[in-house]
Design a protein around this ligand. Structure first.
Ligand code: HEM
Length: 503
């Protein structure tokens, strides 16, 4: 019996060593970027988990200190390259050859198992066509223009202030921040797609909020393993969170399809289109005869889902971090209130002329973006052909990870990255100064198309929040934790605050 056991053990050990040797030395690795030793099956996943299982971006930054800013990482079966400095991201992510997205069977679950939509559209075709359509629509519908945005956002802000006031009144001045900014963030994206907003407590809106929250909750690290082992989604659907996700994808896609059906039945889109969906339906009709037409209903459903997933979670997370930073940095909060009180009369919003004068508000937003780095590792890119980076080969189809958190926490540049210090974005005269190394919205052709919309709405939210409230720690409770909850976006843990109305 013992002999059989020893033979099996010996066999397994030999298999392990052969595989280890093959993975690291036999395959043609000598031209590839350096990286940590790959283990059989898991590649580098175990090392990443060993270094920091809760914050993989921190583990990648640590590994990059040893292996360099262009580093090979084997994520299970997926060969990847991780970029870790501003210089390499600025040089490579702006190139055509780095402008595709990594796509696998897991990612395809949300988009009819096809590369339709915008976020994962194949580069350059149909990406160029779809992106051009989306940008033109954002522009034509007024998103990105301050005056137009003003009217869209106003209603969200009024509701937000009332909601917070009534919550603190009910709870002796205490509010628990848990996805509090989800609803207004979703509503802004919805008004872009649909041309209208939902009223508070509209059952349809509440359903949509729940779907997006369930989806975000399902994006745990256990679920992230599907990036490395997409086939596990069918082998272990419950363990990997795939079952919940499938339900979310179906519900959200059905929701969008229902709206598209309503617009089609209404028929207004043919004569006077009112929103992005109407404009898309027109493109669909115009291209009916063209077999190459990329304007299909599945593409439209996926674009809607893309904007929801990409636009609402990010704004919700940024605002949640912003309030938390204010609680922990009372001096910043009073400086902000001073500037807002001076420039923006109570009950009004900053208009297009005032906004450039709001130096401290803009600096605080920039510092919030830097410190929160809500899209920690970007959205995975892929190379369209073999590329030489420095002296290394990055083969065609490589999954490329951009460690955006790494560039925002680079000690050699920011000096004290762990401190929340908006002043780093002010010049000697107290004027806001942008920093090219602040890259929350990414790089190049695939950079975030929602940036103008996000920036304008965030400035409005910040202004109204400090205009109306002061956020403080809850007396006799430990300070809220800065430890993040990492999924695709980076969230603060649920926290409580003492909220004082400034009315
Ligand atoms: C705080 C707010 C936001 C942050 C930090 C953020 C960040 C990002 C980042 C890092 C990327 C990947 C860029 C790259 O690959 O280089 C991205 C892509 C994208 N974002 Fe945003 N985003 C925000 C808000 C929004 C909003 C409001 C929308 C829509 C209304 C949006 C829609 C998208 C889309 C569609 C893409 C994919 C673009 C493509 O692949 O061509 N985002 N975003």
């Amino acid at each position: 019996m013992l002999e059989i056991f020893i033979s099996i053990l010996f066999g397994l050990l030999t298999l392990f060593l052969v595989s280890l040797f093959n993975q690291n030395f036999i395959k043609n690795r000598k031209h590839l970027a350096p990286g940590p030793l790959r283990l059989p099956i898991f590649g580098n996943l175990l090392q990443i988990a060993w270094i920091n299982s809760k914050e993989p971006h921190v583990a990648l930054s640590k590994l990059a200190e040893v292996h360099g800013n262009i580093m090979s990482i084997q994520l299970g079966s997926v060969y990847s390259v991780c970029l870790n400095s501003f210089e390499v991201m600025d040089e490579y992510l702006t190139k055509h050859e780095f402008s595709d997205r990594y796509f696998n069977a897991w990612i395809g679950e949300r988009s009819f198992h096809k590369r339709v939509g915008l976020v994962f559209a194949n580069y350059p075709h149909p990406f160029n066509q779809i992106r051009r359509f989306c940008l033109k629509n954002l522009k034509d519908l007024g998103f990105g223009k301050r005056e137009k945005m003003h009217s869209f956002i106003q209603a969200e802000l009024v509701d937000l202030v009332n909601e917070l006031k009534s919550s603190v009144k009910k709870n002796n001045g205490i509010h628990t921040f848990n996805n509090f900014f989800n609803l207004p963030s979703l509503n802004i994206v919805w008004s872009m797609l649909a041309g209208t907003r939902f009223e508070q407590n509209d059952p349809k809106m509440l359903k949509l909020v729940k779907m997006v929250e369930d989806f975000a909750a399902s994006l745990s690290l256990a679920n992230g393993v599907l990036l490395a082992f997409p086939e596990w989604k069918d082998w272990f659907p419950n363990l990997t969170g795939m079952s919940t996700q499938r339900k979310c994808f179906k519900e959200t896609n059905d929701f969008f399809q229902e709206f598209i059906n309503e617009r089609k039945a209404l028929g207004i889109y043919k004569t006077c289109p009112e929103n992005l969906v109407d404009n898309f339906l027109r493109e669909m009709d115009a291209g009916m005869a063209d077999s190459e037409n990329v304007f299909t209903e599945q593409t439209l459903v996926t674009i809607m889902s893309d904007f929801f997933m990409a636009g609402s979670e990010t704004a919700n997370s940024t605002l949640s971090w912003f309030v938390l930073y204010l609680i922990l940095n009372p001096k910043v909060q009073s400086k902000l209130q001073k500037e807002v009180d001076l420039l923006v009369p109570k009950g009004t919003l900053p208009d297009a002329e005032l906004e450039p004068k709001m130096h401290y508000v803009r600096a605080t937003l920039a510092e919030t973006h830097r410190m929160a780095s809500v899209v920690l590792l970007g959205i995975p890119r892929a190379t369209t052909e073999d590329m030489i980076c420095g002296t290394f080969l990055v083969p065609k189809g490589t999954n490329v990870i951009a460690n955006l958190h790494g560039i925002h926490y680079d000690k050699s540049y920011w000096k004290d990255p762990e401190n929340f210090r908006p002043e780093r974005f002010l010049d000697e005269n107290g004027n806001f100064k942008n920093d090219p190394r602040l890259r929350p919205f990414g790089f190049g052709k695939r950079a975030c198309p929602g940036e103008p919309l996000a920036q304008i709405s965030l400035i409005h939210f910040i202004t109204v929040l400090v205009q109306n409230f002061t956020f403080l720690p809850v007396p006799d409770e430990p300070l809220p934790s800065m430890d993040p909850v990492c999924g695709v976006t980076n969230f603060p843990q649920v926290y409580r605050a003492l909220v004082k109305c400034r009315c």
